[in-house]
Ligand binder design. Structure first.
Ligand SMILES: Nc1ncnc2c1ncn2[C@@H]1O[C@H](COP(=O)(O)OP(=O)(O)OP(=O)(O)O)[C@@H](O)[C@H]1O
Ligand SMILES: [Mg+2]
Length: 337
């Protein structure tokens, strides 16, 4: 029996947040004129993260912290340089884009629909009803990312955040066997963590950064991105709060994708929308927030038996299109295979 993949351990939420605050404050302590008292005042007035400080006006910071104007300006500058905000030459952007890798889905036609595979530095969102193949693709990508470049992989590991307890190591075994990979290695190269609620999910995404720093990772999976958010925020009163948190979570994932040159694959269920009278009466959860932030969106539908239909939804640079692939014991394949 193959060993189960490693679990990512996550400490208490409170500790995590404290830790993040400490690193911000460590940065600020280095600035002459910034003492413990002003740090405390900054914290109390909500200036407890670099972005908030970087975006602040000098006068606001002076009022909030009692710092001198010059010191406050230094604090803002320090936060800004730490965040690497601002413009960069297009040549830098091109250089970064040249590092983009693509991971095969296992189906040539699905890869083609996505412009050649699942890209790093981007988020791919797959949405669809139950059984449409979202999680099967998640498993397949976690295996395929490990393949060498010439076989459509990155020779890299995967991080898998499982929010619905649907990760199955047995599927990894099947898929790795089908590709004649070392099954034990294939399992060991997937760092899996179960998220028990949306807060836990957010923390795991933050914790993932520690692995990204140490290990050669090419893929982050969040399956499902939205399910916990939906169940944790029931009722319209908390909808804005939910969207705000989800928004930040997705932003964070995009940042990880950019900084560590990894592909991010997230899944999303659909909900019935009775307001749509014609066509497909389903729409993805999280609505526009998820839609506008995902670089690629694919809508998956079940067809006969193992057949699945994938449709690319409003991509800014790829043609809209549909394709068919299959989900079988060996994983994701082309129809004719
Ligand atoms: N071992 C297997 N052999 C063949 N087909 C399989 C196997 N395991 C899963 N499948 C196929 O994959 C389907 C499940 O797909 P998947 O788990 O990806 O759905 P999903 O889109 O993630 O759904 P949900 O919204 O419920 O999470 C099954 O219905 C079956 O058709
Ligand atoms: Mg699933």
């Amino acid at each position: 029996m193959p060993r189960a993949p490693k679990e990512i351990k996550v400490e208490e939420k409170a500790e995590e947040t404290e830790e993040a605050k400490e690193t911000v404050e460590d940065e600020l302590r280095k600035i002459p004129g910034v003492g413990e008292k002003s740090l405390e005042k900054l914290r109390e007035s909500g200036y407890d993260n670099l972005m908030a400080i970087a975006a602040a006006l000098t006068a606001d910071l002076v009022a909030a912290s009692g710092l001198g104007e010059e010191t406050a300006a230094k604090v803002i500058n320090a936060a800004r340089s730490k965040l690497k905000m601002g413009f960069e030459p297009a040549s830098e952007v091109l250089k970064k884009r040249e590092r983009i890798s693509k991971i095969t889905t296992g189906s040539k036609s699905l890869d083609d629909l996505l412009g050649g595979g699942v890209e790093t530095q981007a988020i791919l969102e797959a949405y669809g009803a139950f059984g449409s193949g979202k999680s099967q693709i998640a498993h397949q990508l976690s295996v395929n990312v490990q393949l060498p470049k010439e076989k459509g992989g990155m020779g890299a590991k995967a991080i898998f955040i499982d929010t619905e307890q649907t990760f199955r190591p047995e599927r990894i075994v099947d898929m790795a066997k089908a590709l004649e990979m070392d099954v034990q290695k294939a399992l060991e190269n997937i760092f899996i963590a179960r998220a028990y609620n949306s807060d836990h999910q957010i923390l795991l995404a933050e914790k993932a950064e520690e692995i990204l720093k140490k290990e050669n990772v090419g893929l982050i999976v969040v399956d499902s991105l939205t399910a916990s958010f939906r169940s944790d925020y029931i009722g319209r009163g908390t909808l804005a709060n939910r969207q705000q948190k989800l928004n930040r979570h997705i932003h964070h994932l995009q940042k990880l994708a950019d900084v560590y040159n990894v592909a991010v694959y997230v899944t999303n269920q659909v909900m019935s929308n009775p307001a749509i009278m014609f066509g497909d009466p389903t729409s993805p959860i999280g609505g526009h927030i998820v839609g506008h932030q995902a670089t690629y969106r694919v809508y998956l539908r079940r067809s006969k038996e193992s057949k699945r239909i994938a449709k690319l939804i409003d991509s800014p640079w790829l043609p809209e299109g549909e394709t068919v692939f299959t989900v079988g014991k060996d994983g994701i394949r082309d129809l004719e295979d």
